[in-house]
Write a protein that binds this ligand. Structure first.
Ligand code: MN
Length: 269
């Protein structure tokens, strides 16, 4: 896709790396908390002609909280938001206790991304969630998650395979009549990657299901009833190889998101 000017500036929520206890004698950067942007996410947005920009995580609980720092400033300065994939949500974020310590998740990132989400929604800027981003959106709007699909839905397909990672795939079916289905008039069923052990349990009232795994009904894409553009997918579009036979083509979805961002910018100027 050609770049068009002015370029869209797309905020991307940070993935957060926490140093795991004392790090032998490695020192340096590995002892610090890191904010990072996965290259494939940046490249996916660049492919759409947009400029990805990572937004640092600072929330009310951060030691570096500054009175003059407000995520609303980012929402005002940028054209749209992408919620990156990453680690689990904390069950506390949807009113549950972790069923296993391994599923305790990242409450700091939950708070940060919920604040980001509401800042962008309040500013009327489009939001697109990837994997964890779909789960975050559902929880932020009042829904709940399976803490672990294999435990809580033993009938379900394999939605994660640690050794196959993004090469783990399953079928997806688009729900007729939705915006997603409208973008893909020729597609009812496709193949997507699947790298998640959590998933939507109770859908937030403000969301519409746009795609499911046909084998177990697990929700794979959602969209807000509005106003504005807020959508998310459980798969990772940034890991799909464009043009691969049978694989879902994420390009129309990306273009639709960026078109929404451009429409908001045009209306603002
Ligand atoms: Mn899946």
């Amino acid at each position: 896709m050609p770049f068009t000017t002015p370029h869209l500036r797309i905020g991307v929520s940070a993935r957060i790396y926490y140093p795991a206890g004392p790090v032998l004698d490695l020192g340096g950067v590995w002892t610090k908390t890191l904010h990072y942007l996965e290259q494939s996410v940046a490249h996916w947005l660049l492919r759409g002609g947009a400029l990805p920009m990572m937004i640092p995580a600072v929330d009310a609980q951060s030691v570096t909280t500054r009175e003059d720092f407000n995520l609303r400033h980012y929402a005002d300065s940028l054209d749209a938001l992408v919620l990156q994939g990453g680690n689990d949500l904390s069950p506390h974020s949807y009113g549950e206790q972790p069923l296993d310590p391994a599923w305790a998740g990242d409450a700091v990132r939950d708070r940060y991304e919920m604040a980001l989400l509401s800042a962008f929604i309040d500013a009327g800027k489009p939001v697109f969630g990837i994997c964890r981003g779909l789960q975050l959106l559902n929880v932020a709007l009042g829904g709940t998650l399976y803490q672990d699909i294999p435990t809580q839905r033993p009938d379900a397909s394999e939605h994660v395979n640690r050794s196959h990672y993004e090469r783990n795939r399953h079928a997806v079916e688009l729900v007729p009549g939705t915006r997603l289905a409208e973008l893909y008039p020729e597609v009812t069923r496709a193949t997507i990657n699947s790298i998640h052990h959590q998933g939507i349990k109770d859908l937030a009232a403000g969301l519409v299901v746009e795609a499911r795994c046909p084998d177990d009904g697990i929700i794979e894409a959602v969209r807000s009833r509005g106003p504005g553009f807020v959508a998310a997918v459980q798969w990772h579009p940034e890991f799909h190889t464009p043009g691969e036979d049978g694989l879902f083509d994420d390009t129309p979805m990306l273009i639709d998101f960026l078109r929404a961002a451009r429409a908001v910018r045009s209306a603002d100027t």
